[in-house]
Structure formats: C-alpha cells, structure tokens
Design a protein around this ligand. Structure first.
Ligand SMILES: C[S@@+](CC[C@H](N)C(=O)[O-])C[C@H]1O[C@@H](n2cnc3c(N)ncnc32)[C@H](O)[C@@H]1O
Length: 232
C-alpha cells in the first residue's frame, strides 16, 4: 500500500489539526491531561509534526526536543517554536540522534502506528528516557480497524487505509492495525510498565458544531487509544 507522506499535505494537515475535533478537542487535550504537571521536565516529542503539542508543553514549563520524518512538518514546527528550538528530521524506525537517558518523558502522538515493527523504535525510545521516565502515546484505537474493515481479523497485525479530509484535501492514510495485546506485549518487551490505558472523552470545551452527530454523551466517542508507560 502507498505510504502516507506528510510532506505532501503538511500545511493543510497542520492548519486543520489546530482546531478540529480529533486533534484540537480530543487527542491533544487528552495527551496534556495524561502528561499532567510537566514544569521543568525535558520532553522529547517523537513525530512532532508541526509542533502543536510541543508548543502546549512549552507553555506549561517543559523544555522540548522534537523530531519528525517530514521535513515540511519540521519547517512548520520551526516557524511555531522558533529557529533555536531543538527540532530535527529523523526516522523513528532508525537509531535516534540523542544520547542515552536524556529525557524525563517522551510523547508520541499518532505516530507509532505508521510502523510495522515496533521492536527497535520502542527500544530507542526506552534508551533515550531516564529510568522511571514516561512514554505517553496515542494510537488509532484497534476498534477502528474492525469498524472500517468488517472482513478483517482483529487479531492480525495488518496494514490498512482510510481517507480523511483536511481543509478540503482528501488524504489517504495507511497505518498498521494491532490488537490491544500486541501493543501491550511490545511495550513490556521493550522495558516499559503500563501505568495507564485511556479512552478519554472529547474535551468539554468542544464547540457544538464539532461534536459528533448522534453522540449524546461524549464518553461514547472512540477514535484513539492512549497509554502512559513507565521505563524501568
Ligand atoms: C498524524 S501526524 C501527527 C503529528 C503530531 N504528532 C500531532 O499530533 O500533531 C503523524 C506524524 O508522524 C510523522 N511520522 C510518520 N512516520 C514517522 C517516522 N517513521 N518517524 C518519524 N515521524 C514519523 C509524520 O510525518 C507526521 O508528522
């Protein structure tokens, strides 16, 4: 299947991500909520995109480093965070350009599901974390694959595609589905302890026009799954 190349639609994605339901009023508030008080912490944003979560973490007193596979995304992140920000183009599938035990936390929003094999990426994220540090991450909820692919087998690790709109552009995303146990097995094999699994509600401040139609109670909205992992 063709890979999703964010260089092709970085600006449209970034503008939409700012205020839409899925990122602006669901994914990002949930990540910030799970991260809690980050004042004084040195955080690595893996797959930082144009840097909206990085900016919010900076606003809360964290020091941020970030990387992304897409050079266009890193350009946008520089415009947001400034030329002195520690941002680089790097591939989560390859060794990361940071020394061992550098970061208090790693955040990884909606990035790990682009990779088939999580072994080396998780080992690298574990390596750059201080002992006791946290990996806070979001992924497409495994439920989404079964909803979009009724003939698919939930228990397979399999690539699938779906379309999404960003500011009038239709983008075909290709990601890897994993059953929940394959996720938690990979985390524990890499030296992480699962501290929390979260299926959060949308943010209470979500404007009425963005709320999913027919969903009376926000708790019933499922798109992503969130984990807080502790390095040990
Ligand atoms: C859905 S976007 C999320 C961006 C950002 N985390 C956010 O929430 O706004 C996924 C990001 O992961 C990046 N990405 C995909 N595969 C990657 C890889 N192997 N290494 C680093 N970044 C990757 C993409 O370029 C893109 O910026």
């Amino acid at each position: 299947m063709p890979k999703t190349d964010f260089d092709d639609f970085a600006a449209a994605y970034s503008a939409d991500n700012e205020t839409n339901l899925l990122n602006g009023h669901y994914e990002r508030p949930a990540m910030l909520d799970l991260a809690g008080d980050v004042a004084g912490r040195h955080i690595l944003e893996a797959g930082c995109g144009s840097g909206p979560l990085a900016a919010a973490l900076c606003d809360r007193g964290a020091t941020i480093s970030g990387f992304d596979l897409s050079a266009a995304m890193i350009d946008l992140a520089r415009q947001r965070l400034g030329n002195d920000a520690d941002l680089t183009v790097a591939d989560l599938a390859k060794p990361l350009p940071y020394p061992d035990a550098t970061f208090d936390d790693v955040t990884a929003s909606l990035v790990l599901h682009y990779l088939e094999d999580w072994t080396e990426p998780l080992a690298e994220l574990r390596r750059v974390l201080k002992p006791g540090g946290r990996l806070i991450l979001s992924l497409n909820h495994p439920f989404v694959y079964t909803a979009l692919s009724p003939d698919g087998n939930y228990f397979d690790i399999t690539e699938f595609s779906f379309d999404a709109e960003h500011g009038g552009h239709t983008v075909t995303y290709t990601i890897w589905h994993r059953p929940l146990q394959a996720m938690t097995d990979a985390f524990t094999a890499a030296g992480f302890r699962v501290s929390a699994i979260s299926e959060p509600t949308i943010s209470p401040d979500t404007p009425t026009e963005l709320r999913p139609q027919g969903v009376e109670h926000p708790a019933r909205f499922i798109s992503f799954i969130f984990f807080v992992l502790e390095a040990h």
